[in-house]
Each structure stands twice: as structure tokens, then as C-alpha cells.
Design a protein around this ligand. Sequence first.
Ligand SMILES: *Cc1c(COP(=O)(O)O)cnc(C)c1O
Length: 398
Amino acid sequence: MKLPDNRGYFGEFGGKFVPETISYCLEEVERVYHKQKKSKVFKKELDFYLKEYAGRPTLLYYAENLSKYLGMKVYLKREDLLHTGAHKINNALGQGLLAKAMGKKRIIAETGAGQHGVAVATVCSLLGFKCDIFMGQEDIERQSMNVFRMKVLGAKVIPVTTGSCTLKDACNEAFRDWVTNVSDTHYLLGSCLGPHPYPLIVRDFQSVIGKEARVQILKKERRLPDYLVACVGGGSNAIGLFYPFYKDKKVKLIGVEAAGFGLQSYNAATLVKGKIGVFQGTMSYVLQDSQGQIKNAHSIAPGLDYPGVGPEHSFYKDTKRAVYGTVTDKEAIEGFKMLSELEGIIPALESSHAIAYLRKLSKKAKNRLVLVCLSGRGDKDLDIVRQAQISADTKKRR
Ligand SMILES: *Cc1c(COP(=O)(O)O)cnc(C)c1O
């Protein structure tokens, strides 16, 4: 079976639920992508930038202290070591070169926490594109450092003041802009989300994670891992790790979602708590209330704070190829500290969800071989963790 099929479906998930005007833009991207995918020149250029600019291949590190502590053998795929500090650059570079192949002059993107915006702004200055980033007003206020970073890189940050003034509204605005400016503009979507062909394109560009990891673990351990673990926001670092192992049925795939405060009514665990529906152009699991209204997500990890998830994950869930678990804000902070103190590696709060899940996994997976995607580094989150620490201390003192 082909994943996705020619119409962009992963089983019943995915597809292209958009107005005709957007459909036309998507078809151009799809056509050019399929052509470039086969091009040796394109592959060579992408490999060059991934290696010489972004810092690939990333290390596969045997975390000995953590392994002893948990009673499992844990390897970390070090996407945190990439330029700009996370896996997002893999997709931004791939789509940047795609935009170049399409002859575009301008790139637009949506961003929530600003991490994707920073990766896009970086690639735009590298490849010489004009860059406009749509960002909800609410997020602009919360993420002022990333807004400044994008500006330093020469991008323009356009505030979005519609709806809840967050990521999903920024996404809508980017699509609106694209339709009017498609002749010179590429929309660089940031995760394996949205209408076909984006879930396919982003999955393919992020698959470099799993392809490398597969070769590296075979070299180090002479066998495949028992488990792969990755955090899931939109799902791109997870699908990038999982997909190259899809056919290795003995390798268990575990996606970890954010359970926020741990309350049913307030989290970002789309696959675990959501219902099937159409959101932002694709059929997938979505966080919605009993009336079918999209719920606002919450997670302490800015990159997991989103009510949707990529359709390929929905398919993996329903076909039981992967299982999905949750980690609360509090547990994520414990994971953050555990890796920092045991290994001297400060993980992003998103990645800390995957790390924290290892504690739960260790109860049933003694001595097993586990490969975790460390999607990003935690420098960007130090302030959030410090604030959480201060408020926890204050509560204790009361
Ligand atoms: C954005 C981000 C994520 C979440 O995005 P996915 O598409 O689910 O990978 C995870 N980790 C880090 C470090 C991020 O910046």
C-alpha cells in the first residue's frame, strides 16, 4: 500500500478539504515536488545544505547514565544539535529548495511559538527569499524573543488579530495570503499537517531522522530497537523517526502527546482525547467539544500547544501501528531535569515529554533497547521552567 495514496489519503485520514483557489496552489506544489523528488540535482543540493549548513548527520548518543537509571538501554537521536536547535530546519531547508525550484521569490509561513518561524526566516536569509511570517497577536506577546530573532534574520512578522489570535488563525491568514500571491510565493507549512501534499512532503523531509537513526543503531547494536519514542505536536519529528521503520513490524512506535495540567478539559492530547473531523484542510483527529467546536489546547511546551495532529498519525493510531501516550506539564519538567542532571543535555520542553515517558515505559520494558528523538534543545525554555519552579516553590511555602 502507498502512504499516502495518490489523492493524499492515509486510510480514511488526510485528503484536501480546501476551496478551489487553494487546491490550485497545492497542485503546483505537488507536481513540482514529485518531479524534484526524482531529481539528482535537487537531492544533491538538499544533502549539501543538510550536511554543511544544518549539521547532519546528527549523533545517535548512547545515554549510559539515563540507561542505568531507568534499567533500559536508551539512545538519543540528537536533533537538538542542529543549527537553530531543532528538527524544524530539515523541513524548512527542503521546502526552501522546493520554492527555489518553483522559481518563487517570497516565502510565507505560520508560526505558533515562533520555532518554525525562526527556521523559515533562517532558510530565507540563506537562500535569498523575501520572508513574511504570520503569527497570532497572543503568541507575539508570549514569544517576544523569537519575534525579535525572526526580525534579526530579516523576516517580517505579521500579527494576526482574528479568532483566538494563535497558531490556527495564523495558518488561515497564511492560506489567504497564498491564494492572492501564489505566482511568486511559496507557503512553507511547518508540520505534517494541513491539506495534501503537505503531510507527505514534511514527512519525507523529516524522514532523514529515521533513515540516519536506522543505520546508526544497526551499526552500534547490530539490531533494530524494540521501541521508538518521540513527542507529538503536529507530529513531524515523530513521523520523521517512525516512517523509515514502518515496515519493521517488531519495532514498537510510541508517540507522546501533551496532557497539559492533566485535566481532561484542558490539554493538547489530540490523538488520545480527540475525535475525528476536518481541521485546516485535512481529515484527522482533532480536539473538539461536544458541539464540534475546536478546543484551545494547552501545554507548557510551546510546540505541542495545538489542537490538531498530522493525518498519518491518525492512521497509525487506528491501524495500531503506533500507540500514543501522554505526559503532563509537571511530568515534562521532571523529564527536563532528569536528562539535564543525568546526561548534561538540556532538552526542549517538547522533547522532555518523550524523555518523561521513558519512566512509564521502563516499568514494562526492562533491559529493552529504546531510541528516542531528542527533537530540540532547551535553551529556549529555560525561562518557562524557571517560572514554573518559582510558582511551585511559592505554593509549597503557602
Ligand atoms: C515544534 C517542535 C515540536 C513539535 O512539532 P512536531 O511537528 O510534532 O515535531 C517538537 N519539538 C521541538 C523541539 C519543536 O520545536
